[in-house]
Write a new protein. Structure first.
Length: 425
């Protein structure tokens, strides 16, 4: 643990609405004081943060990690290095690895490997169904005892209504949510891009946008039936968001997140079969992108997740229809989100709330705040410093960024985990 005093930072704590200049003192890995007027303890190193923003470390609700099974794409250690470079101090790992995290021993393995990095808190999801195959439920109680944070089949939708009903019922008994990939599997099968004029022109098999809203509507009905908490991942269409907005107004346990590609890019980013922009769900027309931005601002969307999906060159250097979907997103999570602040769509506190306090509340964890006594998980960033995303030069193994070449404003300069500096630019 390292004691340090930050001087003159712009302190940002969305949980309390704090946005003001001040100092912050770390002692023994925890936040000891914030604000002004508490003096400068002797012997404590100082860091001049004048003109810089100091906020809670980011909480990433959803990231795929190759380990176990696909370490050639990403390891827990390489994902951790990319995460802290993006200001992320808590990372939720999807269970659709090989083997899937449907066994308590595997959950414990991931927890140990995460702790061994020394720089992030790694929270594994438990598989909602055995092998994430959507048929038979996993052992929820045993997975929770081992340390699972919630349940999901990752990028695979739970297609069976009966199975999803049982998942919501059992998860409710344990007070946890089920995270759903909202894409009706039979409609999405074999598709490569959003169905429409662009897919037709490029000769690509289409996925109707209605595949998303159809599964959202079904699972809202199941949440109403069971009283369970369904959380929709990477929502990307206005139609699905309208359904979620109505469900929330009804008081149902329905929440959702989105990811930066769905509010920063539209379907034209696939250009002439650009496979780095092949994602799941696929990029949408700009009208949907604008509705995602509006849903971020009005609170319909509960969190922004990186949706990190590491792929290697062999996965992407294929004809578009055969290439694997997915994009690297850890190092660019904050920068792309801040583009919406610079564009006037969100305030800085709104943007950070979607990356810190609100995901912490969804997970029920003590994180995402600048509270006195809290663990000193922090990110220091320059709101206006420009940089360019360059695939091949990103931290971590995964380089398949859909934002390759994108100019951004807002650069992470330092990340602290429990008071120890784990990244410095």
């Amino acid at each position: 643990m390292h004691d340090i005093l930050f001087l003159g930072a712009r302190l940002l704590d969305p949980a309390t609405g704090l946005d003001s200049p001040g100092d912050l003192l770390i002692r023994d890995g925890r936040i000891a004081e914030t604000g002004t007027g508490f003096g400068r303890p002797e012997g404590i190193p100082t860091l001049d943060a004048t003109g810089l923003c100091l906020a809670p470390g980011l909480i990433d609700l959803r990231a795929a990690i190759g380990e176990p099974g696909f370490e050639h794409r990403e390891t827990i250690a390489s994902a951790a290095s990319a995460a802290v470079a993006g200001g992320i101090t808590t990372l939720c790992a999807l269970p659709d690895t090989h083997p899937a995290l449907d066994d308590p021993a595997l959950v414990e393995f991931v927890l140990r490997r995460g702790a061994a990095t020394g720089c992030i808190t790694l929270l594994p999801y438990g598989a909602a169904t055995k092998q994430c195959e959507g048929r038979e439920l996993a052992e929820y109680g045993l997975l929770l005892e081992a340390g699972a944070i919630a349940f999901t089949d990752g990028r695979r939708a739970i297609g069976s209504a009966r199975t999803m009903r049982l998942a919501l019922s059992y998860a409710r008994a344990f007070g946890r949510m089920v995270v759903q990939h909202p894409e009706e599997p039979s409609l999405a099968a074999g598709g490569a891009a959003t169905e429409g004029e662009l897919a037709t022109r490029l000769g690509l098999p289409g996925i109707p946008a209605a595949a998303e809203s159809m599964l959202v509507a079904r699972d809202i009905a199941l949440a109403r039936l069971t009283g369970g908490h369904v959380h929709f991942a990477h929502v990307s269409t206005g139609a699905a968001l309208a359904l979620i907005r109505t469900a929330k107004a009804e008081g149902l346990a329905v929440t959702c997140d989105t990811a930066p590609p769905y509010f920063d890019l539209n379907e034209t980013a696939i250009g002439d079969w650009r496979t780095y922009a092949k994602l799941s769900p696929p990029l949408r027309p700009d009208a949907d992108r604008l509705q995602v931005v509006a849903a971020l601002a009005d609170g319909t969307i509960d969190a922004i997740a990186s949706d990190h999906q590491p792929r290697d060159a062999d996965d992407k250097r294929l004809p578009f229809a055969q290439a694997e979907p997915g994009g690297a997103g850890l190092a660019t999570l904050l920068g792309v989100t801040l583009a919406r602040v610079h564009g006037g769509d969100l305030t800085l506190l709104q943007a950070l709330d979607l990356l810190t306090a609100r995901p912490a509340a969804l997970l029920g964890i003590e994180a995402g705040r600048l509270a006195k006594g809290a663990a000193a998980d922090l990110v220091l960033f320059d709101l206006d410093r420009g940089w360019q995303v360059k695939a091949g030069a990103l931290p971590g193994k995964a380089q398949n960024s859909p934002f390759d070449g994108r100019a951004l404003e807002g650069r992470v300069l330092g990340t602290w985990k429990a008071g120890r500096r784990v990244f410095g630019a």
